[in-house]
Ligand binder design. Structure first.
Ligand code: NAD
Length: 490
């Protein structure tokens, strides 16, 4: 029998290279990508430094005018074809996401499905009417139209590498921008080369999309390059603050989507089994390495013990291990350094009096689903984004106390409220200083139709997705038209 191994990604095409106008070598050399679960070599890719970014930005600038002039229908067709290709080859591509970012299969497929959805949404943006006639200030015709910025630089993180790269790249392309994208060096294939391959096969003209894996220096080079008009950054508060500083200095528009400390509030009338399931999903999915992960479980004191016990039972049942070839619920943490950071926060909480109901230990990079109760404001776990599978239960007395705890944080990305009384949950939710509020759901929610972003230090007030894409990825141009030029007093 002749069995064909699926080979859409064609690694021999890009082995040791990066995506400029086609696959080419970088000046900065190559990078070995390893599987965080096993330490085994996954692939070798071209590694970009500042000179590579400058070259890509020049090429992207040269290609931008003709891409913006490409008929909207043709841009939409290319995007739709790219979405089709991603869906069609999803089962082949998912293992790359699993091996690079330590994802379980279900999470990798969520990335494929959502990635395709984001591209399909972007295709509709290409066809949207983006102008308006202005009231007559004089006898001229006045109108305003949205025009692309030019070259958009994209910087994305390791945790949901495919979706978080596509959610900036696809709408920016649809609206006539060209792209220089720098995925995280730990996930250059799932955060970069998969996207390059689907757009290459979909017929995107050369020079419109550049994908250059690199580190912080390459990201900073994007922020200061005169050929780059805007930077769309998803990552940590630390990285985002540096990117914001550089873009401010160089007078560039910048979109910052950063970390969160997200609360799931469980009121005393909630179904405790359902609430515990929500808390487990929100805190443990992808080992808690999600910006919207449930960082605090705020439980009414009347139900806190019952809720915590149910959550600990669930945590104890979640298998942790290498997701490639094994049925596990949790894969590895991305790095040893991140494991040490999680452990330090858990140890600090225990030392200051928190109760450990489950987990709290790790085998190498495999950190067990962990439940801490009696978490208090003097503990790091109360205040910091942990980026690990740790559910921190905090009890409160009155609904307004829960509001005060949430609004203490200046990283208000997402919040959820669970109650059988929707009016009560809404009344509480309306007081929360967060970018997204989910009534009767946990905090991990996303999709192309909603404007995604957070309050305070969780970003810079920008949003990604839905109605915000046109607002963020284009700018107004005022046009006035006289039938003929007329003389002035001078
Ligand atoms: P990180 O900031 O270290 O890295 C993210 C990206 O930024 C990578 O590509 C990295 O190479 C680049 N980078 C790092 N320093 C840079 C600099 N000085 N200049 C330019 N680029 C730089 O983030 P991480 O720790 O790898 O990712 C996890 C963080 O990302 C968490 O805080 C998480 O909450 C956040 N995140 C936010 C969202 C969101 O939508 N709000 C989504 C996912 C992750």
């Amino acid at each position: 029998m002749n069995v064909h191994k699926p080979n859409f990604l064609q690694s021999d095409r890009w082995d040791g290279l990066a995506f400029f106008s086609g696959w080419q070598a970088t000046a900065a050399g190559t990078l070995n990508v390893t599987d965080p679960a096993t330490g085994l070599h996954v692939a070798t890719v071209g590694f970009g430094g500042p000179a590579d970014i400058a070259r890509a930005a020049r090429e992207a600038k040269a290609a931008q005018k003709s891409w913006a002039e490409t008929l909207a229908g043709e841009r939409a067709r290319i995007l739709s074809r790219a979405a089709d290709l991603l869906e069609k080859h999803g089962e082949e591509l998912a293992p790359w996401i699993m091996r690079e970012s330590g994802s379980i299969h279900a999470k990798a497929m969520i990335e494929v499905e959502h990635g395709a959805l984001f591209i399909r949404h972007a295709a509709t943006l290409a066809m949207a009417a983006t102008g308006t006639f202005l009231p007559g200030m004089d006898t001229r015709t006045h109108y305003a139209r949205r025009v692309p910025h030019g070259v958009v630089g994209v910087i994305s993180p390791f945790n949901f590498p495919l979706v978080l790269s596509i959610r900036s790249i696809a709408p920016a392309l649809a609206l006539g921008n060209t792209i220089v994208h720098k995925p995280d060096p730990r996930t250059p294939i799932s955060g970069g080369f998969i996207i390059a391959r689907i757009f290459e096969e979909a017929g995107l003209p050369e020079g419109v999309l550049h994908i250059i894996p690199g580190g912080a220096d390459a990201g900073e080079a994007l922020c200061i390059d005169d050929n780059v008009a805007m930077v769309s950054f998803t990552g940590s508060v630390r990285g985002g603050s540096k990117v914001g500083e550089l873009c401010g200095k160089h007078l560039k528009k910048v979109q910052l989507e950063l970390g969160g400390k997200n609360a799931l509030i469980i009121l005393d009338d909630a179904d405790l089994d359902v609430a515990a399931s929500n808390a487990a999903w929100g805190a443990f999915l992808h080992q808690g390495q999600i910006c919207m992960a449930t960082g605090l479980v705020l439980a009414d004191e009347k139900i806190a013990t019952g809720l915590s016990e149910r959550l600990a039972t669930k945590a104890g049942h979640l298998q942790v291990g290498d997701p490639s070839g094994h049925q596990v619920a949790l894969g590895p943490i991305i790095s040893d350094q991140q494991v040490a950071s999680i452990q330090a926060i858990v140890d600090d909480a225990i030392a200051k009096g928190a109760q450990l109901l489950a987990g709290g230990t790790h085998d190498g990079r495999f950190y067990k689903a962990t439940v801490l109760t009696d978490v208090r404001p003097d503990m790091r776990a109360f205040n910091e984004e942990i980026f690990g599978p740790v559910a921190c239960v905090v009890s409160f007395q009155r609904d307004e106390d829960a509001v005060a705890i949430v609004n203490r944080s200046d990283h208000g990305l997402a919040a959820g409220v669970i109650s059988r009384n929707v009016a009560r949950a809404m009344a509480l939710g309306n007081q929360l200083n967060v970018g997204q509020l989910h009534i009767n759901d946990q905090t991990v929610n996303g999709g192309p139709y909603a404007p995604f972003g957070g309050r305070g230090k969780s970003g810079n007030g920008s949003r990604m997705g839905g109605p915000s894409d046109i607002e963020e990825l284009t700018q107004w141009q005022w046009v006035s038209v006289k039938d003929q030029a007329t003389a002035y007093p001078f």
